[in-house]
Design a binder for this molecule. Structure first.
Ligand code: ARG
Length: 462
């Protein structure tokens, strides 16, 4: 079952075989391996390296194998080393010695580099689609919650009032950057390594540009050593994935906090929560916690590959077989999370009253009052100092700024008594505070809607 038995006097030790083999995980590349092989065979025939008839036999054989695998009729037998040996061996069993011509002008080194690029290219496109759906959901929810507001936090201390859509759209923009990073990554994934041979190119008159065109690659790699040993495009993908799951983890953390009894801002739908085996009252945000937990694992995959590659001399080394499992695991996890999250957000109950309550106490209008005084001509620093003192007074009395009567302001700050006016209370109302933050990218409902509408146009074109 080996592609390289000729030079050896005896077979491989069983444990060594198992340790060396990658079929258990690279089997998922089978359709990409076959896709690449078919185009390779066609190119060999076009170039007169094999006959048209031989290429046709090879293509027919590969198609039969693909169908048999798809239908579950051909099992991945563990006596094979990897997906490449597996397919080649079955091809030869099926069509005879002609099958052995497929590997002309090719090595498993450029073959595996091709397969992984074809696979990752498809997966990036899928993930981009899922991201767009998620982003669309966020814009829809933002429109739905346009009049909902809550405290915005810094240091997890209540800071200023913001709208819920403003908060949600912050995640939209994180995902939009991830989307753009993936588009950029795709450019470097979409370069053809096939034709690099084992490491030095090939003596056969191959046509790499034709193969690239057939397989929809933008270009061919221009150094065969680099072609077989470059895994930067996977590192780049993993680093984007790490950034993406970091974003999802921050969202998860807020979902976890917000669904706690202390916040009680949201309640997850039963379909997206779990219970406790001992405490009957519990409803836990396990899914969000698991996403937060998966983040460590995906960072690990990035670190693993960086470390695996750092000491490798050119060109191919078997260490590079370790590029796959972490990548596959990252993609599997991202795909499932991106499928779950939009619906989890769509179905969660938003507790508007609780958010409103939290936004109504804790001096969230202190900045607004300082701004008001500054607009009356007071240097902002002095305004800040005055409001800070007023907050101290409010804390002592157990009242909010808007509950301090006008006479009290004048009494507390006699030197500035003419600056305090009835109209200042108006600026301390939540609706007014929100509406006043009209600066580009600010939280006012007007500006938030403006941005949502712009992004909806972008989404329709993306
Ligand atoms: N299973 C190998 C891998 O994933 C395929 C390439 C093997 N090439 C070699 N020269 N041993 O990297």
């Amino acid at each position: 079952m080996k592609l390289w038995g000729g030079r050896f006097n005896k077979g491989t030790d069983q444990l060594v075989h198992d340790f060396n083999a990658s079929l258990t995980f690279d089997k998922r590349l089978y359709s990409y391996d076959i896709m690449g092989s078919k185009v390779h065979a066609e190119m060999l025939a076009r170039q007169g390296i094999i006959s048209e008839k031989e290429a046709q036999e090879i293509t027919d054989g590969l198609e039969k194998i693909e169908k048999a695998i798809k239908e579950g009729k051909l099992e991945f037998n563990s006596s094979f080393e990897d997906i490449h040996s597996f397919i080649e061996k079955y091809l030869t069993d099926l069509i005879g010695p002609t099958g052995g011509k497929l590997h002309t002008a090719r090595s498993r080194n450029d073959q595996v580099a091709l397969d992984i690029r074809l696979y990752l290219r498809d997966k990036i496109k899928e993930i981009k689609k899922l991201l767009l759906l998620f982003m669309k959901t966020i814009t829809e929810l933002s429109e739905e919650y346009i009049d909902v507001f809550l405290p915005g936090y810094t240091h997890l201390q209540r800071a200023q009032v913001i709208t819920l859509p403003h908060h949600l759209m912050a995640y939209y923009f994180m995902l939009k950057r991830d989307f753009s990073r993936l588009s950029d990554n795709l450019k470097r994934v979409n370069v053809l390594p096939l034709g690099s041979g084992a490491l030095a190119g090939t003596t056969f008159p191959i046509d790499r540009e034709w193969v690239a065109d057939k397989l929809d690659f933008d270009s061919v790699c221009l150094n065969s050593l680099d072609g077989v040993s470059d895994r930067d495009f996977i590192i780049e993908f993993l680093s984007i994935a790490a950034t993406m799951i970091m974003h999802l983890s921050r969202l998860s953390e807020e979902i976890i906090l917000w669904s706690s009894g202390e916040f009680n801002f949201i309640e997850l739908d039963d379909a997206y929560a779990t219970g406790s085996s001992i405490m009957p009252q519990k409803k836990n945000p396990d899914i969000a916690e698991l996403v937060r937990g998966k983040t460590g694992r995906i960072y690990g995959h990035l670190m693993q590959l960086l470390t695996t590659l750092k000491g490798l001399p050119l060109a191919y080394n078997k260490d590079m077989q370790e590029d796959k499992e972490g990548l596959f695991d990252t993609i599997d996890n991202l795909e499932i999370i991106l499928k779950i999250y939009p619906d989890m957000l769509k179905t969660m109950k938003v507790n508007k009253e609780k958010m409103k309550q939290a936004a109504s106490s804790g001096f969230l209008n202190a900045t607004d009052l300082a701004d008001y005084l500054a607009k009356k001509g007071l240097p902002f620093r002095e305004a800040h100092e005055i409001v800070g003192k007023a907050v101290l007074y409010g804390l002592k009395q157990g009242i909010e700024l808007e509950e301090i009567p006008l006479e009290k302001w004048r009494e507390l700050f006699p030197a500035k008594n003419n600056i305090f006016n009835k109209d200042m209370y108006h600026n301390l109302l939540i609706e007014k505070m929100l509406a006043n933050r009209r600066s580009t990218g600010g939280t006012s409902p007007e500006e938030t809607l403006n941005i949502i509408n712009k992004e909806k146009i972008w989404l329709n074109k993306a």
